[in-house]
Ligand binder design. Structure first.
Ligand SMILES: Nc1ncnc2c1ncn2[C@@H]1O[C@H](COP(=O)(O)OP(=O)(O)OP(=O)(O)O)[C@@H](O)[C@H]1O
Ligand SMILES: [Mg+2]
Length: 456
């Protein structure tokens, strides 16, 4: 099995609607602060979520499932994402929406399985032979290209590495020069090179170059101690899905021919059940040997009522497996028919037997004050200024409709304000956009009133 250089396949999260949420905003003792970390109110659900986060951190939660249930716009998605923030980057958190399983190319169960494995982390500790230090020089040495012509190729690269003990000059293979460039290594960076594979890892910039700026994107690390050439314990965090991908891909070389070969075969290499079983076996062995440690993460399935009976059944079984993450569901449905069945009506559209395993956290509608505070936070994140009356008006709109609708009116209102030559949003802007747009409830009302005028 190939472990080095496993690329992370973590999904980039699209959370722009929730970008103000920075965490659950709880006290040390676990009680919710009325307004903190971008969240307002919904205290009970936040405290419950906090307990779950603690259980996940203590690794007491694998294979369990939680359901957030509540009316639309009551913060279910927001709180689930806040949990991800609390868990930090070391615990995998894989968000998906129920409808993602429907694709014409991939089986429903395959999509689920892939996401399941994205949510299970593995921390691998390996003692490796490495060269580590602060880069003092990188000199590629060129020779005439063996193909003739004017081209030059790099025959080898000289690199100087400094530690607190001294400096060492290494003569390296040109392929390592490529990895150096990929990692954007320059003089003054602290790096290590794995002796066996030649993989280069940039750890950060050396302390000695730290500037007096308060805010900087750089990570500064101290000058490594000891010899340049040494054995060191390296910790790597990967997910089972990363391992699947790394082992499924045809292991081509770095040369142009095999790269082209990969381009011409854009079809995704299939990850077979057999491959997964093999990987599980190796992983389990590593865990037994103490080389690796399992980090069960979170699979978050939003809008879970979009799943059908087949996927629910599959999920139920997958939850029983020994390598299962914690699954968090969210839904705004009450009693409704389970998808994929004719008439089996169940609470939240989830089959009874799965429902039976769940711990349910409920969210309830916000008060006007809470809506006002959330709108205020959203306005600040979006860089908008509102008069107090405009805010009050919007929160009233939110009370009549949903919070989400009120939040969505912020941007249009800012545009009408701009058209009227103002930067501050006034009540009249809010009234104007309210006249222009409709929310779901009033639209439904209008439809039922003017039913005869529409095409059937
Ligand atoms: N307690 C809260 N504090 C701050 N912002 C919140 C809070 N609750 C919800 N929001 C924000 O309000 C908007 C709507 O909330 P969210 O999408 O989480 O609702 P939901 O319960 O998932 O709704 P749905 O059932 O329709 O999916 C989002 O922009 C969210 O970030
Ligand atoms: Mg939601």
């Amino acid at each position: 099995m190939k472990i080095e250089e496993v690329r992370s396949t973590a999904k980039a999260q699209r959370i722009s609607a929730h970008s103000h949420v920075k965490g659950l905003g709880l006290e040390e003792n676990g009680s919710a602060i009325p307004q903190a970390a971008g969240l307002v109110g919904q205290e009970e659900a936040r405290e419950a979520a906090g307990i779950i986060v603690d259980m996940i951190k203590m690794k007491k939660m694998a294979g369990r499932a939680i359901l957030f249930a509540g009316p639309p716009g009551t913060g279910k998605t927001a709180i689930a994402l806040a949990m991800a923030q609390e868990l930090g980057s070391k615990v995998p958190f894989c968000p998906m929406v129920g409808s993602e399983v429907y694709s014409s190319e991939i089986k429903k169960t395959e999509v689920l399985m892939e996401n399941f494995r994205r949510a299970i982390g593995l921390r691998i500790k390996e003692t490796k032979e490495i060269y580590e230090g602060e880069v003092t020089e990188i000199t590629p040495l060129e020779t005439e290209s063996p193909l003739g012509g004017y081209g030059k190729t790099i025959s080898h690269v000289i690199i100087g590495l400094k530690t607190s003990k001294g400096t060492k000059q290494l003569k390296l293979d040109p392929s390592i020069y490529e990895s150096l460039q990929k990692e954007k290594v320059v003089d003054g960076d602290v790096i290590y090179i794995e002796a066996n594979s030649g993989a280069v890892k940039r750890q950060g910039r050396s302390d000695a170059f730290a500037t007096e700026f308060d805010l900087e994107a750089e990570d500064y690390v101290p000058l490594p101690k000891g010899e340049v050439h040494k054995k060191k314990e390296i910790v790597q965090d990967v997910t089972l899905h990363d391992l699947d991908i790394a082992n499924a891909r045809p292991q081509g070389g770095q040369d142009i021919l095999s790269m082209l070969g990969q381009l011409m075969k854009p079809k995704k290499t299939e990850i077979t059940d057999k491959l997964r079983k093999e990987i599980n076996k190796v992983v389990n062995r590593y865990i037994d040997q103490g080389v690796a440690e399992l980090v069960p993460g979170v699979l978050f399935i939003d809008e879970v009522h979009m799943l059908d009976l087949e996927t629910f059944t599959y999920l139920h079984r997958a939850l029983e497996s020994s390598l299962a993450p914690i699954v968090i569901f969210a839904t705004n449905r009450g009693r409704c028919a389970i998808r994929g069945t004719e008439d089996i009506v169940s609470a939240h559209g989830i089959p009874m037997d799965l429902l039976d395993r769940l711990v349910i956290i409920k969210t309830s509608p916000y008060t006007k004050e809470e809506m006002l505070n959330i709108l205020k936070i959203r306005a600040t994140t979006e860089g908008l200024q509102l008069e107090t009356e405009a805010l009050t008006e919007l929160s009233e709109v939110g009370e009549r409709t949903t919070l989400r609708y009120a939040v969505q009116l912020l941007t249009p209102a800012s545009i009408t304000a701009k058209i009227n030559g103002r930067t501050v949003i006034k009540k009249e802007d809010v009234d104007e956009v309210c006249g222009l747009f409709m929310d779901a409830k009033s639209s439904a009302k209008m439809l039922s009133e003017n039913d005869s005028k529409y095409m059937k």
